[in-house]
Design a binder for this molecule. Sequence first.
Ligand SMILES: [Zn+2]
Length: 291
Amino acid sequence: MTDLTQLNVPGPIETPLTEPFWHAAAEGRLMIQHCGHCKSAVFYPRAICPQCWSDALEWQEASGRGRLKSFSEIWKPGHPGWIQVTPYLVGLVELEEGPTMLSHILADNNDVTVGDPLFFAPTQVGERVLPLFRKIKTERERPMSKTDGWAGVTNGKPVVGQAAERSRVTTMGDIQAFTDMTGDRNPVHYDEALAKKTAFGKLIVQGGVTTGILNACVAEDLPGPGTVFLNTNLNFKKAVGVGETITGRVEIATMREDKPICTLNVSVRDGAGDICVEGTATTFTMPLQGL
Ligand SMILES: [Zn+2]
C-alpha cells in the first residue's frame, strides 16, 4: 500500500465545533459526541442533539470498533494530491456506538466486503494524522453485534419527546372498586358531610384512582401493550373529587436502545388544567409479538 505520509493534500477545515474531534484525531484518539439528555451518540459534530434537540452534548472517546456499511473505490479523487495513491477506498463506517462516519479505508478493493468489522486507525496523511479505518487484527477489535432491544414490542420503539394523553371522568364506582381491591375505606372517600369539613371540601377519590390513568396511558398508548412500571416517583399536588375529568399524560424522556426500557415524565391534570399528580416513571415493555 502506498505511503500516505508523502501525500501533499489539504487537511480538514476545523471550526470551533469540530476542533475537539480533529485535535483528538491528531493524538490518535477517536472522539464523538454523546447527548447528556437522551444518551444518543452523535456524529458528525453538532451544536444540538439531532434526536432530542438538547444542547447537553459532551465529547467522549469512542471504542474505535465499527463495521463497513458501504464503500467505493476512488480512481478520480477530488484533489490531485491523492492521485498517486489511487485506487483507494472510501467507505461509510457504522460505529459500534451507532453513528456512521465517512472515512478512507486502509484496504484493497478485493480485500473487503460490506459488513466487515473495522477498527480505528489514526494515520499520518501528509502533515496530519487523520482518523482512518482498517480491517480488524484481533477479536477485541470486533464490534459488538447490534441488538434491537425493542424487537417484538407491539407499538415499536418509542421516540424521545413522544407523548400520549387520555382522559376519563371519576365516579363513586371508582372509589368502591378501589376499596374492593385494597380495603381502603378512608372516610374522606365515603362520608360526604365529613369530607366537606376537611381541607379538600368534598369527597375525593383515592390516589390510586387518579394515578391509575397513567397505567392506562403506558399500557394502551405509550410505550404501549406489554408495558409495566419498574419505578414511579410521584408528587400528589391536588386531590381529585368525584365526577371530575382527569387527563393523564406521559412523555418519553429517555429511551434505551439495548433494552425496552424508558423513563417518562408523567402528570395527571384535572378539568381546570391544574396538576394533581406529577413525577417520573421508568417502564419496561414486554415484547408480545410472536408469543
Ligand atoms: Zn439527545
